[in-house]
Design a protein around this ligand. Structure first.
Ligand SMILES: [Zn+2]
Length: 101
């Protein structure tokens, strides 16, 4: 697309500029890009900001996902929570049985 910054490096510099708190107008002046382009980059909607997300086979759930797999992370957290609950339950039972000895 004509008028768009050409390289991902340049996009990255512009992103950094916004991250540093540079205003839209300052970025336009600094990088010689259009207001529209600057706004698109600020909003993360520039085509070069979304270059091919890498889909990989998740070893956890077997789904084609961008790693790390969000689904597996959620499941792992739920699994840990369940383990903690079971652990507490076991300990409580141990305390109970000790009373009988
Ligand atoms: Zn997964």
């Amino acid at each position: 697309m004509r008028g768009y910054p050409k390289t991902p490096d340049q996009i990255h510099e512009i992103e950094d500029a916004f991250a540093d708190g540079m205003s839209l107008r300052a970025v336009v002046r600094e990088f010689h890009i259009s207001r529209q382009t600057a706004r698109i980059i600020r909003d993360g909607r520039h085509p070069l900001q979304n270059v091919d997300p890498i889909y990989e086979r998740c070893p956890g759930c077997g789904g084609k996902v961008t790693l790390p797999c969000v689904l597996c992370r959620v499941q792992k957290v739920m699994c840990i929570e369940r383990a903690i609950r079971v652990n507490l339950h076991d300990r409580r039972q141990q305390v109970d049985t000790k009373r009988w000895r």
